[in-house]
Write a protein that binds this ligand. Structure first.
Ligand code: SAH
Length: 242
């Protein structure tokens, strides 16, 4: 699923660019360039814009559109796995299916600020009253501001849901254990825990023993990004104070 809903409303394109508060020194990463509608505004202010696009068919037209501007680099790649170029800001009308994987990924990336257009429902998952994994993740790593809702009519083709603009800034601190643990999202639970315990001074043998004693075997084998909120909280309860 490529989630191709191109933002065509100029006022919203400008609004998103404004919220990113760009200046001439900013190196911007845009995820999902599409037809380059947003890129065209970002590049007017930023020093450089790197654009990831996964759809091979869109690469040539994008390169053609920006061939006269040397502050735009088009990169063919999947933003959930490709290595990020160094950037100060990340600004994107995000492909909806990668919103969650990207939040995990951003726990390890260095950036000053990110502005994303996401489905309104996604914002409810992060900031709503019901506790969720995403809520825990975002709360521990970022401060989030929520801006306007954008109607489907701002896009072509139109999505079925309302979208919302959010802005994230990395937090310098949070729950230390939780941050160490969640940022190893692609590792197995037992391996990440062992690593953290050894870092905190335990021998490998003691760490392995603690994990066996405190964590159920089925949970130990799970990748961190597939743990439920309850499982994460159980692990935090058992290990956070070590
Ligand atoms: N920024 C553009 C396009 C938004 S649509 C605009 O506002 O008009 C989202 C774009 O992300 C599509 O072009 C889609 O092909 C691309 N895309 C989807 N999944 C992706 C991924 N994993 N990595 C990079 N780009 C992706």
């Amino acid at each position: 699923m490529l989630d191709q809903h191109f933002m065509t409303d100029i006022e919203w394109l400008i609004r998103v660019t404004n919220i990113a508060d760009l200046n001439k020194t900013d190196i911007v990463l845009e995820i999902g360039g599409g037809t380059g509608n947003l890129t065209a505004y970002l590049r007017k202010i930023a020093k450089h814009v790197y654009v990831f696009e996964k759809d091979k068919k869109l690469i040539k037209p994008l390169e053609e559109k920006f061939k006269n501007f040397n502050n735009v680099t088009i990169l063919l790649g999947d933003a959930t796995v490709a290595e990020f170029p160094q950037c100060t800001k990340c600004v994107s009308n995000l492909p909806y299916t990668i919103c969650e994987p990207l939040m995990w990924r951003l726990t390890r990336e260095k950036f000053e600020l990110a502005v994303f257009v996401v489905p309104k429902k996604f914002v409810e998952k992060i900031a709503g009253k019901t506790p969720s994994r995403l809520h825990l993740l975002v709360q521990n790593f970022f401060t989030m501001e929520i801006f306007e809702d954008i109607p489907p009519s701002a896009f072509d083709p139109q999505p079925h849901t309302m979208s919302t603009i959010i802005r994230l800034r990395p937090k310098a601190e949070g729950n230390f254990f939780l941050r160490e643990f969640l940022s190893q999202y692609d590792k197995k639970t037992k391996n990440a825990l062992r690593w953290i315990l050894v870092q905190s001074g335990m021998t490998k043998k003691d760490a392995a023993e603690q994990i066996t004693l405190k964590i159920r075997p089925t949970i130990q084998e799970k990748r961190i990004s597939s743990l439920s909120l309850e499982e994460i909280l159980e692990i935090v309860k058992n290990f956070a104070k070590q």
